[in-house]
Unconditional design. Sequence first.
Lengths: 129, 282
Amino acid sequence: MVGLKFTPRELREYIREYTRREVTACMQCGLCTAVCPVASFMDLHPAAVIRAVQLSDIDVAKVKSIWICVSCMTCVDKCPRDVAPGLVIETLRQLALKNGIEPRTYGEILIEETTPSILLVTYSRKSTG
Amino acid sequence: MVYMQTLLYYPGCSIKRDFLEVEKSSIAVLTALGYKLVEITNWYCCGGFPGTTTIDHVKYVSSLRTFTTAQLQARELNTNTIITLCPFCYNTLKQAEQLPLSKPEVYVRIADYLKDEIEPYRGGLKVIHLVEVLSNRLNDIAKLVESDLKGVKVAAYYGCMLLRPRVIAIDDPENPQVIENIIKALGAVPIKYPYRTYCCGSFHVLAEPGIVKRNTERIAWSIMNNGADIVVTPCPLCLYNLKKYTELKILHLSELIAYAMNLNEALSSEVLKTLNSLRKKI
Protein backbone atom coordinates (compact mmCIF):
# COMPACT_ATOMS: atom_id res chain seq x y z
CA MET A 1 0.00 0.00 0.00
CA VAL A 2 1.28 3.42 -0.92
CA GLY A 3 0.91 5.93 1.88
CA LEU A 4 -0.59 9.35 1.31
CA LYS A 5 2.07 11.33 3.12
CA PHE A 6 4.87 12.37 0.83
CA THR A 7 7.65 14.86 0.96
CA PRO A 8 7.61 17.09 -2.18
CA ARG A 9 10.52 15.12 -3.57
CA GLU A 10 8.85 11.75 -2.93
CA LEU A 11 5.62 12.75 -4.63
CA ARG A 12 7.48 14.02 -7.69
CA GLU A 13 9.52 10.80 -7.76
CA TYR A 14 6.36 8.73 -7.49
CA ILE A 15 4.74 10.58 -10.39
CA ARG A 16 7.93 10.45 -12.44
CA GLU A 17 8.13 6.70 -11.96
CA TYR A 18 4.55 6.00 -13.00
CA THR A 19 4.02 8.55 -15.78
CA ARG A 20 7.61 8.84 -17.06
CA ARG A 21 6.93 12.58 -17.20
CA GLU A 22 8.60 15.47 -15.42
CA VAL A 23 6.24 17.78 -13.49
CA THR A 24 8.99 20.27 -12.73
CA ALA A 25 9.10 21.10 -16.45
CA CYS A 26 5.69 22.79 -16.20
CA MET A 27 5.89 26.54 -16.85
CA GLN A 28 2.24 27.21 -16.03
CA CYS A 29 1.27 28.28 -19.54
CA GLY A 30 -2.27 27.08 -18.79
CA LEU A 31 -2.87 25.44 -22.17
CA CYS A 32 -4.07 22.23 -20.45
CA THR A 33 -6.74 24.16 -18.56
CA ALA A 34 -7.74 26.04 -21.70
CA VAL A 35 -8.34 22.86 -23.72
CA CYS A 36 -9.83 20.77 -20.89
CA PRO A 37 -13.49 19.96 -21.65
CA VAL A 38 -14.31 19.53 -17.96
CA ALA A 39 -12.04 22.11 -16.28
CA SER A 40 -14.95 24.27 -15.14
CA PHE A 41 -16.29 21.35 -13.09
CA MET A 42 -12.98 20.89 -11.25
CA ASP A 43 -11.93 22.36 -7.93
CA LEU A 44 -8.29 22.50 -9.04
CA HIS A 45 -7.94 22.99 -12.79
CA PRO A 46 -5.27 20.88 -14.56
CA ALA A 47 -2.50 23.51 -14.47
CA ALA A 48 -3.23 24.10 -10.78
CA VAL A 49 -2.97 20.37 -10.09
CA ILE A 50 0.49 20.37 -11.65
CA ARG A 51 1.51 23.42 -9.60
CA ALA A 52 0.20 21.76 -6.43
CA VAL A 53 2.20 18.63 -7.24
CA GLN A 54 5.33 20.71 -7.83
CA LEU A 55 4.85 22.20 -4.36
CA SER A 56 3.52 18.91 -2.98
CA ASP A 57 0.65 20.96 -1.65
CA ILE A 58 -2.02 18.47 -2.64
CA ASP A 59 -4.26 16.15 -0.65
CA VAL A 60 -5.53 13.36 -2.91
CA ALA A 61 -8.17 12.51 -0.32
CA LYS A 62 -9.76 15.95 -0.81
CA VAL A 63 -9.10 17.09 -4.37
CA LYS A 64 -12.19 16.52 -6.57
CA SER A 65 -10.49 17.09 -9.93
CA ILE A 66 -9.08 13.56 -10.02
CA TRP A 67 -12.64 12.19 -10.23
CA ILE A 68 -13.75 14.72 -12.87
CA CYS A 69 -10.99 14.09 -15.44
CA VAL A 70 -12.36 11.86 -18.24
CA SER A 71 -8.94 10.92 -19.71
CA CYS A 72 -9.83 12.46 -23.08
CA MET A 73 -6.07 13.05 -23.48
CA THR A 74 -6.46 16.53 -25.00
CA CYS A 75 -4.06 18.11 -22.48
CA VAL A 76 -1.61 15.23 -22.85
CA ASP A 77 -1.51 15.87 -26.58
CA LYS A 78 -1.22 19.65 -26.37
CA CYS A 79 1.22 20.15 -23.48
CA PRO A 80 4.22 22.08 -24.88
CA ARG A 81 6.55 20.69 -22.18
CA ASP A 82 5.29 17.09 -22.28
CA VAL A 83 4.22 17.23 -18.65
CA ALA A 84 0.95 15.51 -19.60
CA PRO A 85 -1.41 16.69 -16.84
CA GLY A 86 -3.91 13.94 -17.75
CA LEU A 87 -1.40 11.25 -16.85
CA VAL A 88 -0.43 13.01 -13.63
CA ILE A 89 -4.10 13.26 -12.63
CA GLU A 90 -4.53 9.58 -13.52
CA THR A 91 -1.63 8.67 -11.21
CA LEU A 92 -3.14 10.70 -8.37
CA ARG A 93 -6.50 9.01 -8.95
CA GLN A 94 -4.91 5.58 -8.74
CA LEU A 95 -3.00 6.65 -5.64
CA ALA A 96 -6.30 7.63 -4.00
CA LEU A 97 -7.99 4.37 -5.03
CA LYS A 98 -5.08 2.30 -3.76
CA ASN A 99 -5.58 4.02 -0.41
CA GLY A 100 -9.25 3.16 -0.29
CA ILE A 101 -10.57 6.60 -1.21
CA GLU A 102 -13.56 6.42 -3.55
CA PRO A 103 -15.87 9.20 -4.68
CA ARG A 104 -19.00 7.02 -4.61
CA THR A 105 -20.15 3.43 -4.57
CA TYR A 106 -21.66 1.55 -7.51
CA GLY A 107 -25.06 1.81 -5.83
CA GLU A 108 -25.03 5.57 -6.34
CA ILE A 109 -24.64 5.66 -10.12
CA LEU A 110 -27.54 6.26 -12.50
CA ILE A 111 -28.24 3.15 -14.54
CA GLU A 112 -31.15 3.05 -16.96
CA GLU A 113 -32.43 0.24 -19.12
CA THR A 114 -30.82 1.76 -22.20
CA THR A 115 -27.44 2.41 -20.57
CA PRO A 116 -24.85 0.86 -22.89
CA SER A 117 -22.50 -1.65 -21.30
CA ILE A 118 -19.47 0.33 -22.50
CA LEU A 119 -20.42 3.02 -19.95
CA LEU A 120 -20.43 0.53 -17.09
CA VAL A 121 -17.14 -0.97 -18.27
CA THR A 122 -15.33 2.37 -18.56
CA TYR A 123 -16.82 3.65 -15.33
CA SER A 124 -15.75 0.59 -13.40
CA ARG A 125 -12.29 0.76 -14.90
CA LYS A 126 -11.98 4.38 -13.80
CA SER A 127 -13.09 3.31 -10.33
CA THR A 128 -10.37 0.74 -9.88
CA GLY A 129 -6.73 1.49 -9.28
CA MET B 1 -16.26 -7.87 -56.74
CA VAL B 2 -12.70 -9.02 -57.35
CA TYR B 3 -11.31 -7.33 -54.30
CA MET B 4 -11.66 -9.64 -51.33
CA GLN B 5 -9.98 -9.50 -47.98
CA THR B 6 -10.65 -11.40 -44.78
CA LEU B 7 -10.58 -9.40 -41.57
CA LEU B 8 -10.78 -10.69 -38.02
CA TYR B 9 -13.69 -8.94 -36.38
CA TYR B 10 -13.60 -7.81 -32.74
CA PRO B 11 -17.10 -6.57 -31.81
CA GLY B 12 -16.74 -5.61 -28.15
CA CYS B 13 -19.45 -5.46 -25.49
CA SER B 14 -21.60 -2.55 -26.58
CA ILE B 15 -21.77 -3.36 -30.28
CA LYS B 16 -23.04 -6.83 -29.40
CA ARG B 17 -25.48 -5.73 -26.70
CA ASP B 18 -26.64 -2.15 -27.29
CA PHE B 19 -25.75 -1.14 -30.84
CA LEU B 20 -26.69 -4.11 -33.00
CA GLU B 21 -27.94 -1.71 -35.68
CA VAL B 22 -24.44 -0.20 -35.91
CA GLU B 23 -22.99 -3.67 -36.43
CA LYS B 24 -25.57 -4.42 -39.09
CA SER B 25 -24.96 -1.30 -41.16
CA SER B 26 -21.16 -1.47 -40.75
CA ILE B 27 -21.00 -5.08 -41.89
CA ALA B 28 -23.30 -4.32 -44.83
CA VAL B 29 -20.99 -1.51 -45.98
CA LEU B 30 -17.84 -3.60 -45.51
CA THR B 31 -19.37 -6.56 -47.35
CA ALA B 32 -20.33 -4.28 -50.24
CA LEU B 33 -16.70 -3.16 -50.37
CA GLY B 34 -15.54 -6.77 -50.59
CA TYR B 35 -14.46 -7.54 -47.04
CA LYS B 36 -15.25 -10.77 -45.28
CA LEU B 37 -15.50 -10.38 -41.53
CA VAL B 38 -14.81 -13.39 -39.31
CA GLU B 39 -15.62 -12.82 -35.65
CA ILE B 40 -12.85 -13.80 -33.23
CA THR B 41 -14.25 -16.89 -31.53
CA ASN B 42 -13.00 -16.20 -28.00
CA TRP B 43 -12.85 -12.46 -27.61
CA TYR B 44 -12.65 -10.89 -24.16
CA CYS B 45 -13.90 -7.44 -23.18
CA CYS B 46 -11.14 -4.92 -23.95
CA GLY B 47 -11.85 -3.14 -20.66
CA GLY B 48 -12.89 0.18 -22.12
CA PHE B 49 -9.80 2.15 -21.17
CA PRO B 50 -6.17 1.31 -21.77
CA GLY B 51 -3.69 1.56 -18.94
CA THR B 52 -2.27 5.06 -18.96
CA THR B 53 0.35 4.90 -16.24
CA THR B 54 2.90 2.18 -15.59
CA ILE B 55 1.15 1.01 -12.39
CA ASP B 56 -1.97 -0.17 -14.18
CA HIS B 57 -0.28 -2.62 -16.53
CA VAL B 58 -2.84 -5.25 -15.58
CA LYS B 59 -5.36 -3.41 -17.79
CA TYR B 60 -3.62 -4.75 -20.88
CA VAL B 61 -4.17 -8.37 -19.92
CA SER B 62 -7.61 -8.87 -21.48
CA SER B 63 -6.58 -7.26 -24.79
CA LEU B 64 -3.45 -9.36 -25.08
CA ARG B 65 -5.41 -12.44 -24.10
CA THR B 66 -7.73 -11.74 -27.03
CA PHE B 67 -4.65 -11.51 -29.25
CA THR B 68 -3.44 -14.94 -28.15
CA THR B 69 -6.70 -16.54 -29.33
CA ALA B 70 -6.99 -14.29 -32.39
CA GLN B 71 -3.58 -15.31 -33.69
CA LEU B 72 -4.71 -18.94 -34.02
CA GLN B 73 -7.55 -17.84 -36.29
CA ALA B 74 -5.35 -15.31 -38.05
CA ARG B 75 -3.01 -18.09 -39.10
CA GLU B 76 -5.88 -20.25 -40.30
CA LEU B 77 -7.44 -17.44 -42.35
CA ASN B 78 -4.15 -16.03 -43.55
CA THR B 79 -4.76 -12.52 -42.27
CA ASN B 80 -3.14 -10.33 -39.63
CA THR B 81 -5.73 -7.61 -39.27
CA ILE B 82 -8.29 -7.14 -36.50
CA ILE B 83 -11.07 -4.67 -37.24
CA THR B 84 -13.09 -2.93 -34.52
CA LEU B 85 -16.21 -0.82 -34.86
CA CYS B 86 -16.02 0.77 -31.42
CA PRO B 87 -13.43 3.55 -30.88
CA PHE B 88 -12.98 2.51 -27.23
CA CYS B 89 -12.03 -1.02 -28.32
CA TYR B 90 -9.81 0.44 -31.04
CA ASN B 91 -7.97 2.69 -28.58
CA THR B 92 -7.46 -0.06 -26.02
CA LEU B 93 -6.48 -2.80 -28.47
CA LYS B 94 -4.22 -0.48 -30.44
CA GLN B 95 -2.28 0.48 -27.32
CA ALA B 96 -1.99 -3.22 -26.47
CA GLU B 97 -0.73 -3.86 -30.00
CA GLN B 98 2.00 -1.26 -29.51
CA LEU B 99 2.88 -2.42 -25.99
CA PRO B 100 5.87 -4.65 -26.88
CA LEU B 101 7.59 -1.59 -28.33
CA SER B 102 6.12 1.24 -26.25
CA LYS B 103 6.52 -0.33 -22.79
CA PRO B 104 8.62 -3.51 -23.20
CA GLU B 105 9.07 -4.12 -19.46
CA VAL B 106 5.28 -3.98 -18.95
CA TYR B 107 4.79 -6.33 -21.88
CA VAL B 108 7.23 -8.87 -20.41
CA ARG B 109 5.25 -8.92 -17.15
CA ILE B 110 1.94 -9.43 -18.90
CA ALA B 111 3.36 -12.10 -21.17
CA ASP B 112 4.29 -13.85 -17.95
CA TYR B 113 0.64 -13.75 -16.77
CA LEU B 114 -0.44 -15.24 -20.09
CA LYS B 115 1.93 -18.19 -19.96
CA ASP B 116 -0.95 -20.63 -19.48
CA GLU B 117 -2.83 -19.64 -22.64
CA ILE B 118 -2.88 -22.06 -25.59
CA GLU B 119 0.25 -20.46 -26.96
CA PRO B 120 2.15 -17.26 -26.20
CA TYR B 121 1.35 -14.17 -28.25
CA ARG B 122 3.86 -14.04 -31.06
CA GLY B 123 3.15 -10.49 -32.17
CA GLY B 124 2.33 -9.24 -35.63
CA LEU B 125 -1.41 -8.64 -35.29
CA LYS B 126 -2.59 -5.25 -36.48
CA VAL B 127 -5.64 -3.44 -35.10
CA ILE B 128 -7.57 -1.10 -37.37
CA HIS B 129 -10.79 0.83 -37.02
CA LEU B 130 -13.71 0.86 -39.44
CA VAL B 131 -12.99 4.51 -40.38
CA GLU B 132 -9.43 3.64 -41.42
CA VAL B 133 -10.65 0.86 -43.68
CA LEU B 134 -13.23 3.14 -45.28
CA SER B 135 -10.85 6.05 -45.76
CA ASN B 136 -8.53 3.80 -47.77
CA ARG B 137 -11.34 2.91 -50.17
CA LEU B 138 -12.75 6.35 -51.06
CA ASN B 139 -12.86 5.74 -54.82
CA ASP B 140 -14.66 2.42 -54.39
CA ILE B 141 -17.13 4.01 -51.98
CA ALA B 142 -17.83 6.77 -54.53
CA LYS B 143 -18.46 4.12 -57.20
CA LEU B 144 -21.00 2.31 -55.01
CA VAL B 145 -23.01 5.43 -54.14
CA GLU B 146 -26.56 5.19 -55.46
CA SER B 147 -28.71 7.55 -53.41
CA ASP B 148 -28.16 11.18 -54.11
CA LEU B 149 -26.93 13.12 -51.08
CA LYS B 150 -25.83 16.10 -53.15
CA GLY B 151 -25.98 19.32 -51.20
CA VAL B 152 -26.69 17.62 -47.83
CA LYS B 153 -24.57 19.28 -45.18
CA VAL B 154 -23.02 16.69 -42.89
CA ALA B 155 -21.14 17.44 -39.67
CA ALA B 156 -18.51 14.86 -38.66
CA TYR B 157 -18.14 14.49 -34.91
CA TYR B 158 -14.98 12.54 -34.01
CA GLY B 159 -14.96 12.35 -30.21
CA CYS B 160 -11.75 11.42 -28.38
CA MET B 161 -10.86 7.79 -28.72
CA LEU B 162 -9.84 7.63 -32.38
CA LEU B 163 -7.55 10.65 -32.12
CA ARG B 164 -5.90 10.69 -28.73
CA PRO B 165 -3.30 9.89 -27.54
CA ARG B 166 -1.39 10.86 -30.67
CA VAL B 167 0.45 7.52 -30.92
CA ILE B 168 -2.75 5.69 -31.82
CA ALA B 169 -4.47 8.49 -33.78
CA ILE B 170 -6.02 7.47 -37.10
CA ASP B 171 -5.46 11.02 -38.39
CA ASP B 172 -4.04 14.37 -37.27
CA PRO B 173 -5.57 14.85 -33.78
CA GLU B 174 -5.67 18.63 -34.25
CA ASN B 175 -7.35 18.71 -37.63
CA PRO B 176 -8.67 15.30 -38.66
CA GLN B 177 -10.00 14.95 -42.21
CA VAL B 178 -10.76 11.23 -42.66
CA ILE B 179 -14.50 11.39 -42.02
CA GLU B 180 -14.84 14.59 -44.07
CA ASN B 181 -13.19 12.76 -46.98
CA ILE B 182 -15.68 9.91 -46.66
CA ILE B 183 -18.56 12.42 -46.61
CA LYS B 184 -17.20 13.98 -49.82
CA ALA B 185 -16.94 10.52 -51.42
CA LEU B 186 -20.66 10.07 -50.69
CA GLY B 187 -21.40 13.27 -52.60
CA ALA B 188 -22.44 15.23 -49.51
CA VAL B 189 -20.88 18.40 -48.13
CA PRO B 190 -18.82 18.18 -44.93
CA ILE B 191 -19.17 21.26 -42.72
CA LYS B 192 -16.44 22.71 -40.54
CA TYR B 193 -17.13 23.55 -36.93
CA PRO B 194 -14.84 24.01 -33.95
CA TYR B 195 -16.11 21.29 -31.60
CA ARG B 196 -15.39 18.29 -33.85
CA THR B 197 -12.94 16.66 -31.44
CA TYR B 198 -14.35 17.95 -28.15
CA CYS B 199 -15.06 15.32 -25.47
CA CYS B 200 -18.78 14.61 -24.97
CA GLY B 201 -18.26 13.73 -21.29
CA SER B 202 -18.10 9.97 -21.78
CA PHE B 203 -18.88 7.85 -18.69
CA HIS B 204 -19.81 10.86 -16.55
CA VAL B 205 -23.36 10.33 -17.77
CA LEU B 206 -23.55 7.73 -14.97
CA ALA B 207 -22.42 9.87 -12.06
CA GLU B 208 -22.06 13.52 -13.10
CA PRO B 209 -24.66 13.94 -15.86
CA GLY B 210 -24.32 17.74 -15.63
CA ILE B 211 -20.93 17.50 -17.30
CA VAL B 212 -22.25 15.49 -20.23
CA LYS B 213 -25.25 17.78 -20.57
CA ARG B 214 -23.06 20.89 -20.73
CA ASN B 215 -20.56 19.37 -23.16
CA THR B 216 -23.10 17.84 -25.53
CA GLU B 217 -25.03 21.13 -25.59
CA ARG B 218 -21.85 22.97 -26.56
CA ILE B 219 -21.22 20.50 -29.35
CA ALA B 220 -24.81 20.71 -30.57
CA TRP B 221 -24.76 24.51 -30.47
CA SER B 222 -21.59 24.57 -32.53
CA ILE B 223 -23.02 22.13 -35.08
CA MET B 224 -26.33 23.95 -35.45
CA ASN B 225 -24.67 27.34 -35.84
CA ASN B 226 -22.65 26.02 -38.74
CA GLY B 227 -25.74 24.88 -40.60
CA ALA B 228 -25.49 21.09 -40.59
CA ASP B 229 -28.45 19.03 -41.80
CA ILE B 230 -27.22 15.90 -40.08
CA VAL B 231 -24.38 14.70 -37.83
CA VAL B 232 -22.38 11.49 -38.15
CA THR B 233 -20.06 9.98 -35.55
CA PRO B 234 -17.98 6.81 -35.52
CA CYS B 235 -18.46 6.35 -31.74
CA PRO B 236 -21.51 4.55 -30.28
CA LEU B 237 -21.00 6.17 -26.88
CA CYS B 238 -20.92 9.70 -28.35
CA LEU B 239 -24.03 8.71 -30.30
CA TYR B 240 -25.77 7.69 -27.06
CA ASN B 241 -24.76 10.82 -25.15
CA LEU B 242 -25.61 13.25 -27.95
CA LYS B 243 -28.98 11.59 -28.51
CA LYS B 244 -29.75 11.65 -24.82
CA TYR B 245 -29.14 15.35 -24.23
CA THR B 246 -29.60 17.12 -27.57
CA GLU B 247 -32.10 17.36 -30.39
CA LEU B 248 -29.46 16.73 -33.05
CA LYS B 249 -30.22 14.45 -35.97
CA ILE B 250 -27.33 12.12 -35.38
CA LEU B 251 -26.35 8.82 -36.97
CA HIS B 252 -23.50 6.38 -36.88
CA LEU B 253 -21.17 7.01 -39.82
CA SER B 254 -21.84 3.56 -41.28
CA GLU B 255 -25.58 4.28 -41.41
CA LEU B 256 -25.12 7.26 -43.71
CA ILE B 257 -22.81 5.25 -45.96
CA ALA B 258 -25.22 2.31 -46.06
CA TYR B 259 -28.00 4.71 -47.03
CA ALA B 260 -25.88 6.30 -49.76
CA MET B 261 -25.09 2.84 -51.11
CA ASN B 262 -28.79 1.98 -51.04
CA LEU B 263 -28.30 -0.81 -48.50
CA ASN B 264 -31.58 0.15 -46.85
CA GLU B 265 -32.31 -3.34 -45.54
CA ALA B 266 -29.39 -2.84 -43.14
CA LEU B 267 -30.98 0.26 -41.60
CA SER B 268 -33.58 0.59 -38.86
CA SER B 269 -36.87 2.25 -39.74
CA GLU B 270 -36.04 5.14 -37.41
CA VAL B 271 -32.78 5.89 -39.24
CA LEU B 272 -34.47 5.56 -42.62
CA LYS B 273 -37.13 8.04 -41.56
CA THR B 274 -34.49 10.57 -40.50
CA LEU B 275 -32.59 10.15 -43.75
CA ASN B 276 -35.66 10.28 -45.97
CA SER B 277 -36.81 13.50 -44.31
CA LEU B 278 -33.43 14.91 -45.23
CA ARG B 279 -33.92 14.13 -48.89
CA LYS B 280 -37.30 15.80 -49.07
CA LYS B 281 -35.63 18.97 -47.90
CA ILE B 282 -33.32 19.15 -50.90
